[in-house]
Write a protein that binds this ligand. Structure first.
Ligand code: PLP
Length: 452
């Protein structure tokens, strides 16, 4: 009511989003979940009115005594949950966490001329020439991460992302035959490239990664081993990915989001070895703007929830559901990449149906199923149309669904895809459709819609 009194449409769409997410849509988006009311309550309050640049008990703003406590609690719980040496809970998102981590690693590991060597007393009277020396040293470093088409994230060195401007970026891919990581190839690339950072982690890779082997590769060439566990941090927290398959204790720096499998508020976090803690804590103000105290409070609640036994059962069920979906798709004759899943997500190749990923996504959306189209390894259809779909089980598992429901979901999706008959619109048809539906529908969607 309070919101409606200010703008009734905003209020209406909030309520509609609730209805859509909980009743109308079956959410199979691998990166989404349903956070608890406690998490949402911790986020929607007066903490939003407070600035707190700096880090706990070392702020550039006055009056941060309560935020200091909240942030410290969140950091302590994060350390306990993951067994990490240091935690930084300020990043506003996963992309921010990666940028902060990159900057922290650059500043910790790259030899830049000291002020004394440059003969200047303090940073403010450095000459432009000296600044350029520093910039050159920092910008000449190499990053080796998983290729976007093999499931890596844009921030892992994709050529149009700022990460590829910050670094001289290189990518490893999955194996062309198996679609799996090939550690021998990664080792050979690392030996040749000698990166400053070897990065592991993904947005769309359905299998476990052996972080022990990856850390050996990184350390053998003097690289910092960084893991972006944005997608699977909930599976690490819930004790499903352990030993060689957990980033801890292998990685030097670990980044994550808090809103995917971890089921907390939208946000990011960095966990690292003590060696990097001082640089990481300078994330704000060197990389990101003022932290969001309300979100740090919600992160603390999320970590507490993830420390409970019920969360372990939840994490285990996410993977069981993902595997049940894979089995059901395979028995329906669909192509599941790598033949299965070890985590919360799976990839389907829709090209055998004469469809592309975008058509399939639109089509399934019309049927009340929300999922993402996704580029497959070496995808000829590019990142916009794609040949694949990415499905994830974190959200439906939060709703209490189990293997039986997964079979039903797989059968519905298979039926829809098998019965799709794509047709191309003529120019005239497109124009006719467009004039009728101009306000609602962009031309490509019309084409896809008719394609169904
Ligand atoms: N890292 C990975 C592996 C991701 O999958 C994502 C988001 O999908 C991000 C980082 C970026 O997270 P955010 O959208 O919170 O910036």
């Amino acid at each position: 009511e309070l919101i409606a009194a200010k703008d009734k449409d905003v209020a209406r769409y909030i309520v509609k989003e609730l209805e859509d997410q909980r009743e109308n849509d079956l959410k199979l988006i691998a990166s989404e979940n349903f956070s608890s009311i406690a998490v949402q309550g911790a986020m929607g309050n007066l903490l939003t009115d407070k600035y707190s640049e700096g880090f706990p008990f070392h702020r550039f703003y006055a009056g941060c005594q309560n935020v200091d406590e909240i942030e410290s609690i969140a950091c302590e719980k994060a350390k306990k949950l993951f067994g990490a040496e240091h935690a930084y809970v300020q990043p506003h998102s996963g992309a921010d966490a990666n940028l902060c981590a990159y900057w922290a690693i650059l500043n910790s590991r790259v030899q830049i001329p000291t002020l004394a060597e440059m003969g200047v007393e303090n940073v403010s009277n450095m000459s432009r020439e000296d600044w350029n020396k520093v910039r050159h040293a920092l910008h000449n470093q190499r990053l080796l991460g998983l290729d976007y088409y093999s499931g890596g994230h844009l921030t892992h060195g994709y050529r149009q992302n700022i990460s590829a401007q910050l670094f001289d970026a290189y990518s490893y891919t999955v194996d062309k035959n198996t679609n799996l990581l090939n550690y021998d190839e990664i080792r050979a690339m690392a030996n040749e490239i000698k990166p400053l950072i070897l990065l592991a982690g993904y947005s769309a890779y359905p299998r476990k990664i052996n972080f022990r082997i990856m850390s050996e590769i990184a350390h053998s060439v003097g690289a910092v081993f960084m893991v972006d566990m944005a997608h699977f941090s909930g599976l690490v927290a819930g004790g499903v990915l352990t030993g060689d398959y957990s980033p801890f204790p292998w990685a030097d720096v670990v980044t994550t989001t808090t809103h995917k499998t971890l089921r907390g508020p939208r946000g990011g976090m960095i966990l690292c070895k003590n060696e990097f803690s001082e640089s990481v804590d300078k994330g704000c103000p060197l990389v990101i703007g003022g932290p969001l105290p309300q979100v740090m409070a919600a992160k603390a609640i999320c970590f507490e929830e993830a420390l409970q036994d019920e969360y372990k059962a939840y994490a285990a069920q996410i993977v069981k559901n993902s595997q049940a979906l894979c089995e059901a798709f395979i028995s329906e004759g669909l192509t599941v990449l790598t033949g299965g899943s070890d985590n919360h997500l799976l990839l389907l190749d829709v090209s055998p149906f004469g469809l592309n990923g975008r058509m399939s996504e639109t089509l399934l959306r019309e049927c009340g199923i929300t999922l993402n189209r996704n580029a497959l390894p070496f995808d000829k259809n590019g990142p916009w149309y794609t040949s694949g779909l990415r499905l994830g089980t974190p959200a439906v598992t939060t709703l209490g669904m189990k293997e039986e429901e997964m079979k039903e979901i797989a059968s519905i999706i298979s039926n829809v895809l098998k019965n799709a008959h794509p047709v191309r619109l003529t120019k005239g048809e497109k124009a006719g459709q467009l004039s009728k539906n101009k306000a609602k529908c962009p031309p490509e969607v019309m084409e896809d819609a008719r394609g169904r």
